[in-house]
Design a binder for this molecule. Structure first.
Ligand code: ZN
Length: 179
């Protein structure tokens, strides 16, 4: 599949397929969105929000969550705010998220089945990493979005003039519900 994608890319560039997407690095809507990597949202989310190339900084991960207060999500948001002029942040969870109800312990078992040595897992655990929690999901998407918005609003490095709001998107219709 990757080979086909690389081949397509050469054609895309040669035929100047990029021209409708030309824009700057500064988000025109001064907006950042933290959301899930779910493939149903790839085109649906920007389409349902009326967002085009160049409008918003979109940060994605499994579940659209913050796993560490000084991890890559908060860092990316601070870069977006301080360097790129972002003034508002939307945290968008979605219905039927794959991360909902995910069991960290079960994922660890799968890793062992995939050939990861139990002793390596034990070393990581003994160095103070709660692997079950790190790999685990959330129970309720509403709660997850609420917690993420709370964590961002109360983050010691988050400027207080940033408007941060939480939403859940319907993965089929794109409908937003405020949290
Ligand atoms: Zn998801």
């Amino acid at each position: 599949m990757i080979e086909q994608i690389v081949e397509y890319n050469q054609k895309f560039v040669n035929e100047k397929g990029y021209e409708p997407y030309l824009t700057s690095k500064y988000p025109d809507k001064k907006l950042a969105i933290l959301t899930c990597m779910d493939t149903r949202l790839t085109e649906l989310l920007p389409a349902a929000l009326g967002i085009k190339n160049g409008d918003a900084k979109i940060i994605k991960n499994a579940g659209g969550v913050i796993t560490h207060p000084y991890g890559s999500v908060v860092r990316s948001l601070l870069v977006a705010i301080l360097e790129l002029g972002v003034e508002e942040v939307m945290v968008i969870g979605h219905t039927d998220c794959g991360v909902q109800g995910m069991n960290g312990g079960k994922l660890l078992e799968e890793l062992v089945e995939r050939g990861i040595k139990q002793e390596h897992i034990d070393v990581i655990r003994h160095s103070g990493v709660n692997l079950e929690e790190w790999l685990g999901g959330f129970e309720c998407v509403q709660q997850s979005v609420e917690d993420t918005v709370y964590a961002l609003k109360n983050h010691p490095l988050m400027p207080k003039d940033i408007n941060i709001q939480g939403f859940i998107m319907d993965s089929e219709t794109g409908a937003l519900t405020a949290v």
